[in-house]
Design a binder for this molecule. Sequence first.
Ligand SMILES: *[C@@H]1O[C@H](CO)[C@@H](O)[C@H](O)[C@H]1NC(C)=O
Ligand SMILES: *[C@@H]1O[C@H](CO)[C@@H](O)[C@H](O)[C@H]1NC(C)=O
Ligand SMILES: *[C@@H]1O[C@H](CO)[C@@H](O)[C@H](O)[C@H]1NC(C)=O
Ligand SMILES: *[C@@H]1O[C@H](CO)[C@@H](O)[C@H](O)[C@H]1NC(C)=O
Length: 339
Amino acid sequence: MGNPQHHFILYSSAPFLLLLLTAPVSTSANERCHPDDKKVLLGIQKYYKNAYIFSSWSASTDCCTDWYMVGCDETTNRIKYLTVQKDGLSGVIAPAVGDLPYLTSLDFHKLPNITGPIPASIAKLSRLESLTLDYNSLTGPIPEYLHTLKKLNYINLSFNKLSGSTPASLPLTPSLDYLRLDHNMLTGSIPDTIGSIKNGEIYGLYLSYNQLTGTIPNALGKLNITVLYLSKNKLTGDASFLFGKNKPANQMDLSRNQLSFDFSKVEIPSEINWLLLDHNQIYGSLPASLTKLTNMNNFNVSYNRLCGKIPNGGRLGEFNKYSFIHNKCLCGSPLDACK
Ligand SMILES: *[C@@H]1O[C@H](CO)[C@@H](O)[C@H](O)[C@H]1NC(C)=O
Ligand SMILES: *[C@@H]1O[C@H](CO)[C@@H](O)[C@H](O)[C@H]1NC(C)=O
Ligand SMILES: *[C@@H]1O[C@H](CO)[C@@H](O)[C@H](O)[C@H]1NC(C)=O
Ligand SMILES: *[C@@H]1O[C@H](CO)[C@@H](O)[C@H](O)[C@H]1NC(C)=O
């Protein structure tokens, strides 16, 4: 799922062995690592009390060729990636990450003992394209400054303990194409500024498993969103404007909210393959167009207030009764026959 270019991790230990066999110890003359970057990284290592995961970081070797978890740009030789993914770190995110000015990708992933707020120093990383700080124990708010990072297109802060409301400035991040804030403790409503996302288009928007309240802003319906997850919040009111035959939606999960709208007249996006609407207060009947969706492989409208006969045919027939149960008066296969 998501943008494959961001799964990029640069490990380069093999050249190190080769170097031992063929060349004298790397001198500062042939070392690629920029001294400023080396100083900052060694400072980070010290900040974490020389934790085991940094054991490849040695002052006498080249950070561009011999160090794990970092990668240098091929032409500038400046540190471009910092990817801290192995366990065994505790404390806060080292503020010094903000002193690696050429960083395009910063990743702290699955470090349950990494706590505290997202550091203010990240605001200095003007070249940052990808920020992944997921599956940690970060607290405090989503920082206000993210929209000032002009190249930032990928933000993944999911599975933390972030709180407060979604900054209204966040959707104004000029290059934003993927935003995951799911599985946190965010409150307040989805900001109206969501409609101002660049070119009216965002690939993935994940806000599920928070404590968001209020209605879904109409502006969200004007965006082209491929993957939209809003499940397990406390959102109320209409969501019918999110649908439309020509919308590029692939996956839509609005389940476990308090949404209430007439489903009868909704036009289902034709490419949809994942539509979860269970545990809401949706009424009306199931639109017949549901049977024409050839890609549908996950569908759930259980625990709503729907009525009428379940349309028959297409991929819809592949779902068992648990996709339809606990409605007001839905009937027909796979539920009981209509009276
Ligand atoms: C973003 O975060 C989620 C949850 O931690 C993770 O499963 C997903 O792989 C991440 N997305 C990408 C594209 O790295
Ligand atoms: C996290 O910290 C706790 C308490 O200090 C410790 O027992 C545990 O081993 C740490 N977990 C990891 C994965 O580092
Ligand atoms: C959304 O996608 C549709 C269909 O591809 C396109 O016609 C429309 O211009 C797009 N709208 C925006 C705001 O990008
Ligand atoms: C739909 O939701 C119900 C209730 O939570 C659950 O029992 C069922 O397994 C779900 N079905 C699908 C296909 O997700």
